[in-house]
Design a protein around this ligand. Structure first.
Ligand code: BGC
Length: 254
């Protein structure tokens, strides 16, 4: 693998990028951010990615990974919940190539966070089944078994009590509905017990911005599975995308 790679994390409010030292997962130099264009169409988002790469001065030989808030099947977005609907059916690799002149490696944002927590963070060296969930506008999920990712699991869209789970239990909904920690924790309890029953994981890692307040809700949950906050906090998407891009690029060269 190369020593550094670049990661871009596409979110609903900001698009962030940095060059990552792959031995530590830390950023080399600054992290750059541009607000997500509205509407966040494929062309507008790809133009922002081009600007970010220019700001960072990312050379041609550096692999670039891009984390996306939707499933990514062989470069194509089948559906999207929290970004412009015109992304559905788009091939990210083609759009990025057209607007940035580069071949990028796309993946789901929660998968990126999961890979980063395994490589550098809370699940480093943990065997068995690790489920990383990101609580934000939506709920993202990554299932990793003995270090191997099962991509695009979309557990945020499990049906719970007749609802799409992320419309009940995401931290975005906590804010939107002004739920107390206790009320929100009740919803999280329903959610995580259900996921626990389905997958019998060895560890839950909880990421997303709200994980910095983990003392407020984790102690209220009663689960059989140990649960820890993510360690990489808001750098996981970028670090995981960079790690994955380097790994895929090395694989393609073999
Ligand atoms: C999307 C997932 C994404 C998650 C977090 C969900 O709405 O369907 O693909 O990982 O939000 O961004």
């Amino acid at each position: 693998m190369t020593e550094v790679a670049c990661g871009i994390d596409i979110g609903g409010s900001g698009i962030k990028a940095a060059v990552v030292d792959l031995s530590t997962g830390e950023f080399v130099g600054e992290r750059v951010r541009i607000p997500t264009p509205q509407p966040a169409t494929p062309a507008a988002v790809a133009d922002v990615c081009a600007q970010l790469l220019e700001q960072l001065g990312v050379g041609e030989d550096i692999p670039v990974g891009v984390a996306f808030p939707s499933p990514v099947l062989h470069g194509v977005i089948p559906f999207i919940a929290n970004l412009d609907p015109s992304w559905a059916g788009t091939n990210i690799i083609d759009v990025m190539k057209e607007h940035t002149g580069r071949t990028m490696v796309p993946l789901n944002d929660a998968d990126a966070a999961g890979l980063a927590e395994i490589a550098y963070g809370a699940a480093k060296g943990v065997g068995g089944i690790v489920i990383v969930t990101t609580l934000g506008t939506g709920i993202g999920s990554a299932i990793v078994n003995d270090g191997v990712l099962l991509p695009n699991t979309e557990l945020g869209h499990l049906e719970l009590d007749g609802y799409d789970a992320e419309t009940r239990a995401s931290s975005g909904q906590k804010t939107k509905q002004d739920l107390s920690w206790k009320k929100w924790a009740k919803r999280l309890q329903r959610y995580y017990s259900h996921v626990e029953m389905l997958f019998s994981p060895d560890l839950f890692v909880v990421g997303g911005g709200v994980s910095k307040n983990h003392e407020k809700f984790m102690p209220l949950l009663d689960l059989k599975t140990p649960m820890v906050p993510a360690q990489l906090f808001n750098t996981a998407g970028i670090a995981g995308a960079a790690w994955y891009a380097a790994q895929q690029t090395a694989k393609a060269r073999e």
